[in-house]
Design a protein around this ligand. Structure first.
Ligand SMILES: NC(=O)CCC(=O)C(=O)O
Length: 258
């Protein structure tokens, strides 16, 4: 499976410009013959949380339309990062996943709100899992701060996903932790981790990219720097079976104890 990391800059509070940037990145991924393109977190608005009443995508309609059209046009699966969505009088940080036929496979609202970036004040937390199948490969997706909660990822990974997709706006100052957390999530779940962070700045933070593809042994197989880019990498899913076969970590869990 060829995965493309769409590490874009996000223009703060400017959805029109950001939809253009995302369309260009998806086109670039398709030109590079990626099977799946992964976007960063909150790419429609950035963390313009105080203006969500004007900026959030109402019911996610615009995002769903744009992503399903692009998926069909370029015949590419899209792990749609996340966007700010307004629904039922609440705001959500929501990931949409679309397959290459243009079918919406899942919608996931970020479960763990990140207080340091004031999500707890503006965003309603999700409650549901995010597992889906892309080209017959079982996969799952989480959003940024979610990766600090291994039990949340484990609960889902134990049900079969071989690839964990992560979309983020992770500030530069904590990138060493980003890397280690992602490597740990790959090792303990014996899965590929494909993680995309944004670049650029907003009024509160700088974002240094370092999007990563990590194999089930925790080794970094692809990595970006701190500039906008679309990078494609190959993930070998037979490695997941090999690693799981050689050390049956899931079967060895003591679920009667925890
Ligand atoms: N957008 C986020 O959830 C950021 C999470 C983060 O920076 C962290 O350290 O965790």
């Amino acid at each position: 499976m060829q995965v493309a990391l769409a590490q874009i800059d996000i223009k703060f509070g400017d959805p029109d410009e950001n939809y253009r940037r995302v369309a260009a990145a998806i086109k670039q991924a398709a030109v590079q013959q990626a099977d799946v393109v992964v976007l960063p977190e909150m790419w429609n608005t950035g963390y313009a949380l105080t203006a969500l009443d004007q900026l959030a995508d109402f019911n996610g309609v615009r995002t769903q339309t744009v992503l399903t059209d692009l998926a069909r046009q370029y015949q590419i699966n899209i792990v749609g990062g996340s966007v700010a969505v307004a629904r039922n009088g609440h705001y959500y940080n929501e990931m949409l996943v679309v397959n290459r036929q243009g079918k919406l496979l899942s919608r996931y609202d970020k479960v763990h709100r990140f207080g340091l970036m004031r999500e707890d004040r503006y965003i309603t937390a999700g409650r549901t899992e995010n597992r889906f199948v892309l080209d017959e490969v079982p996969a799952m997706g989480v959003i940024c701060y979610d990766i600090r909660f291994p039990e949340w990822l484990r609960k889902q990974a134990a049900q079969g996903p071989q690839v964990i997709f992560v979309s983020a706006e992770w500030p530069t100052v904590r990138l060493p932790q980003w890397r280690l957390l992602l490597q740990a999530r790959a090792i303990e779940n014996q899965a590929y981790v494909v993680a995309v962070n944004r670049v650029g700045s907003d009024p509160d933070n700088d974002f240094g990219g370092q999007s990563l593809v990590i194999d089930p042994l925790g080794q970094v197989v692809a990595e970006t720097q701190d500039q906008p880019t679309v990078v494609t990498a190959t993930i070998d899913l037979q490695q997941v079976a090999a690693v799981r076969g050689s050390m049956p970590v899931f079967a060895d869990r003591r679920t009667e104890l925890y």
